[in-house]
Design a protein around this ligand. Structure first.
Ligand code: ADP
Ligand code: MG
Length: 326
């Protein structure tokens, strides 16, 4: 099977109905996209590297899902509507069963978000996937990291920490095995790591609901919130006890529970801010998008990040964010 046969067989499909922005898809030198009149393009790339972002034996269908999910999550965090994506793929060999699995995971999520594959590149090399997504957003509506204002509420979609617990289980970490049972990772917890749900319906609803800043949680809440605070020149007071706690995390010793909750990574939830007078609209956006959100803190004019316990006292936390080069 040559390169072009591989592309035709696994990646070239008729465009799904509803992908009206794609004028020309796979097969020419470039794809052609037509955004809605007056809209801005939102573009993001995320690369997944074997041994760094996933284990060699990962289910290819889950890998296909995750490669697109982490990119859709970036569009969600900007409040942008997905238009299409490209896939750059390096493969050690062309294994049809493996590629079919990858394509299944990729296209199932692409179809669910009306976000078609419009092009890419395929080469031999160490296993590596890079997806680039294209989206659109009306001018002034993007949820930028520099838009948080003193007095804003801080909200979190869903809940954090389960992906990290699943990762530590797969790594064989003692405290994770003690909490999850050494027998095997249960399907729900594994899915939190391998099949994250990007929050696109919520992100788009937030853009119209008066939200200010947003970020998707890929490297851990503490560090990702830090990006908003730095970009916006503000601080935050956060309430640990208002953060939703997954049942699987309740069994963990306090230090590891906080590590998962606040610095877990791979959560792909949205952390966002909105002024108090937008509370009813944020609640409506949450209902409309069928995505739970919790109010977990507020933005302060004074810089710095404080974590408060149930009695409003400072909690000293050691949790730090994931950094590939730290
Ligand atoms: P070129 O040499 O002009 O860059 P290629 O020969 O690399 O084009 O690719 C041929 C066509 O197949 C292009 O339209 C390209 O976008 C598409 N393509 C290549 N690899 C992939 C892939 N992994 N997924 C989707 N489309 C791909
Ligand atoms: Mg090429």
């Amino acid at each position: 099977m040559g390169e072009f046969e591989l592309i035709r067989r696994h990646f070239q499909r008729p465009l799904p109905a509803g992908s009206s922005a794609v004028v020309l898809g796979i097969g020419d030198d470039c794809a052609l996209l037509q955004p809605s009149p007056g809209h801005q393009l939102a573009i993001s790339s995320d690369m997944l590297v074997e041994g760094r972002h996933f284990f060699a034996d990962v289910d290819p269908e889950a890998l296909g899902h995750k490669a697109l999910a982490v990119n859709l999550s970036d569009l969600a965090a900007m409040g942008a509507r997905p238009l299409g994506f490209t896939l750059a793929l390096a493969l050690p060999q062309a294994d049809n069963d493996w590629l079919a699995g990858l394509a299944r995971g990729l296209f199932a999520l692409a179809d669910a978000h009306a976000c078609p594959l419009v092009g890419g590149d395929t080469t031999r090399g160490p296993l590596n996937l890079c997806v680039t997504v294209f989206g659109e957003v009306a001018p002034g509506q993007a949820l930028r990291r520099d838009a948080a204002r003193a007095g804003d509420d801080v909200y979190l979609s869903g809940r954090t920490g389960e992906a990290r617990l699943a990762l530590e289980h797969l790594r064989g970490t003692g405290w994770a095995l003690a909490a999850t049972g050494a027998a095997g990772l249960n399907a729900e917890l594994r899915a939190r790591l391998e099949r994250p749900t990007p929050r696109n319906a919520l992100g788009r609803a937030l853009a119209g609901a008066g939200a200010h800043a947003a970020i998707d949680l890929s490297d851990g809440l503490v560090g990702d919130l830090g990006h908003i605070l730095l970009a916006s020149g503000v601080g935050a007071e956060m309430r640990v006890h208002d953060m939703p706690l997954a049942p699987a995390l309740r069994e963990l010793p306090l230090a590891q529970r906080l590590e998962c909750l606040l610095a877990g990574g791979d959560d792909y939830e949205l952390l966002f801010t909105a002024p108090p007078d937008a509370r009813a609209r944020i609640e409506a956006a949450s209902v409309r998008s069928a995505t739970p959100v919790a109010r977990v803190g507020h933005i302060t004019a004074a810089p710095g990040l404080r974590w408060l316990d149930a009695d409003g006292r400072d909690m000293p936390l050691a949790a730090r964010s994931f950094d590939h080069f730290a």
